[in-house]
Design a protein around this ligand. Structure first.
Ligand SMILES: Cc1cc2nc3c(=O)[nH]c(=O)nc-3n(C[C@H](O)[C@H](O)[C@H](O)COP(=O)(O)OP(=O)(O)OC[C@H]3O[C@@H](n4cnc5c(N)ncnc54)[C@H](O)[C@@H]3O)c2cc1C
Length: 221
């Protein structure tokens, strides 16, 4: 993802049957294979926004992304996070430099911005400016650490384009809320790329649920 990141599904306890069985427990029933009726039940639950049967599963993702993407991600409170520590570990010199086609300008009003490409010369200038700041910031960080300043303090010079790493464990209901907001036009392009990947990994594990989510207008139940 982007220039130095990734998102991978570290592990999952998740399938469409978990939705069906947690809903059917109301009737004391349990099945071991999906039927057409079960797929219809999932579509019904999604449409009617009966959300709790979508919570009996877990996805654990391992993510590497710029700090500004992580910061948007961590706003999603339903789920668990553990992040790389700049107290216990030393920063890497990986920083986000957008591809030229991702350098954009912002036009319009708050709530209705659109983002348009800039001319190639400005794109290259922006990339060069970023690299210059990153190099200076990282050199200062290294110098301070070498002189004995605590890593937890020296990190104050690092920009939000620095990469971080975290684990994120989340159930399908909260995951759908995440992708409905972040794999969407208004979301920032960088987090959107990650959200697309998260959605694809979710759809592999819970294809009927993912299809019902899309059919319901991508509104989380
Ligand atoms: C395009 C975009 C722009 C944004 N801009 C800003 C911004 O400028 N500034 C800013 O601060 N944030 C901004 N956000 C973050 C946004 O406000 C949410 O914090 C973030 O999207 C998490 O959404 P959530 O609360 O639905 O998710 P989660 O925190 O995962 O919550 C999932 C669901 O649980 C329920 N829930 C969770 N906690 C509570 C609670 N305390 N009370 C009631 N219900 C709860 C809600 O139904 C919620 O939808 C932006 C988000 C997007 C997508």
């Amino acid at each position: 993802m982007l220039d130095h990141g990734f998102v991978r599904l570290d592990d999952a306890m998740a399938d469409d049957l978990s939705v069906v069985n947690s809903a059917r427990v109301s009737f004391g029933r349990r099945v071991t294979e999906m039927s057409d009726a079960d797929a219809g039940l999932i579509r019904f639950l999604m449409r009617e926004r009966h959300g709790t049967p979508f919570e009996h599963n877990a996805f654990r993702f391992h993510v590497r992304c710029p700090i500004f993407v992580a910061r948007e991600w961590f706003r999603h409170r339903v789920g668990s996070f553990n992040e790389f520590s700049l107290r216990y570990a030393t920063a890497t010199d990986d920083f986000y430099v957008p591809e030229p086609e991702d350098v954009r300008t912002q036009v319009g009003k708050p709530g209705a911005y659109s983002f348009e490409p800039v001319d190639p010369e400005l794109a290259e200038t922006a990339r060069e400016e970023l690299r210059t700041v990153y190099e200076a910031a990282f050199a200062t960080y290294q110098r301070l650490v070498e002189q004995g300043v605590a890593r937890e303090l020296a990190r104050a010079v690092l920009p939000v384009g620095a990469y971080t790493e975290f684990y994120w464990t989340v159930n399908a209901r909260a995951l759908m809320n995440f992708v409905s907001l972040r794999n969407a036009e208004p979301a920032q392009r960088e987090i959107r790329r990650y959200a697309e990947a998260v959605e694809a990994l979710f759809a592999e594990r819970m294809p009927v649920t993912a299809a019902a989510f899309v059919a319901s207008g991508r509104v989380a139940p």
